[in-house]
Design a protein around this ligand. Structure first.
Ligand code: ZN
Ligand code: CO
Length: 352
């Protein structure tokens, strides 16, 4: 099972799916699911809705396909490209990354350049560089040359990063948020013998405001909704245990509440019956899990719960180090257990 999961995760992690251009990721997911679900379709925004099982009640489980990315904002006379950010990115991470620009003539490679340290003044070296001071170098000498390469304002830019297996069953790569969730959901829906009508939904544009979940929550109209995502593991240096208490390797995370820092507004307080149902399913199947209150983030479940007249929702997550960097780290065993838990939920009677 781990081999199967790692294969899918690697493929999805190395694929490019900025918010608004999730095509490559969607194609991989569709080819994985074909023949394993009763019905699969794409809606007008690009969300994938796969259905398996039957019955009056339905369970929607959502994972998002998009990743944090950049978008071309300006091309200067010398051929350097300025960009805006799509999603929450700490500016420092961007310098010296290799990027892919998705232009009209195919993918163009570039790098995010920076002044050499030698010529920086003392105070300049200590300063944080903000993204609006950065630029992409594609090797062109003029704006015309850049245009000639098929690049224009509004083209998507993603970071290029190879998937890596570390020791101890850990893996590293980009976009585990939320291709890890997609991987677990693909695996679970393939293997499950559903008790009700199960919708595995792969959403678009989560990182820019839960947009895919907003419309699919409405379209699917589920009895119960669950989002599968990554969450912040704090088991590494420079992190106090209370800041991010969940740890890699200790099982999937069942969310007890999430939302904005200091208020938990704009997030989700899970339906108590749904939360209890997830906990009991994990216990019944002897899947270790962790409980979490996440300050500073939320998931697709927040949008699903507010669709129509309201949908009872919950969240399950993979503990992941360095979330929203281009080098996230997670445990394959956690991912395996998450897939088991999702499969379990699909095979249990709904709590509502
Ligand atoms: Zn996410
Ligand atoms: Co994210």
């Amino acid at each position: 099972m781990a081999d199967e999961l790692v294969g899918i995760l690697k493929k999805l992690s190395e694929a490019h799916g900025p918010p608004g251009f999730e095509e490559e990721v969607a194609e991989i997911i569709e080819s994985e699911l074909k023949g394993f679900v009763d019905e699969i379709r794409r809606d007008s925004l690009g969300n994938i809705i796969a259905c398996k099982g039957s019955g009056e009640k339905s369970l929607m489980i959502a994972a998002h396909m998009d990743e944090i990315a950049l978008i071309v904002k300006h091309i200067d006379d010398k051929g350097f490209i300025r960009f805006a950010k799509l999603g929450g990115i700490w500016d420092q991470l961007l310098v010296s990354q290799q990027v892919v620009i998705h232009g009209s003539k195919g993918r163009i490679r570039g790098v995010i350049g920076s002044k050499a340290v030698h010529v920086m003044k003392e105070d300049e070296r200590k300063q944080l560089l903000t993204y609006d001071k950065m630029f992409i170098d594609v090797g062109a000498r003029s704006a015309d040359e850049v245009r000639e390469m098929g690049i224009k304002v509004g083209d998507f830019i993603t970071i290029d990063k190879k998937f890596l297996e570390l020791a101890g069953g850990l893996v590293a790569g980009k976009a585990f948020d939320d291709r890890a969730g997609c991987t677990a959901l693909i695996h679970a829906v393939k293997k499950a013998e559903p008790k009700c009508r199960v919708y595995a939904v792969f959403t678009i544009q989560e990182e820019v405001g839960l947009r895919g979940a907003t419309v699919t929550g409405y379209a699917v109209k589920p009895t119960v909704g669950i989002a599968v995502d990554t969450t912040i593991a704090g088991d590494h240096p420079n992190m106090e245990a209370h800041e991010a208490p969940v740890r890699v390797g200790e099982g999937p995370v069942i969310m007890a509440a999430d939302g904005r820092r200091e208020s938990l507004s704009g997030g989700l307080i899970p339906n108590p019956k749904v939360k209890q149902w997830i906990i009991e399913t994990a216990e019944k199947r002897r899947i270790p899990f962790q409980l979490e209150v996440l300050e500073g983030g939320t998931t697709d479940a927040t949008a699903i719960q507010l669709s129509r007249e309201g949908v009872p929702c919950g969240v399950i997550a993979v503990p992941t180090r360095y979330v929203h960097t281009f080098q996230e780290v997670l445990s394959l065993q956690d991912l395996e257990r998450l897939a088991e838990l999702l499969k379990g939920l699909m095979e249990e009677e709904l709590p509502i």
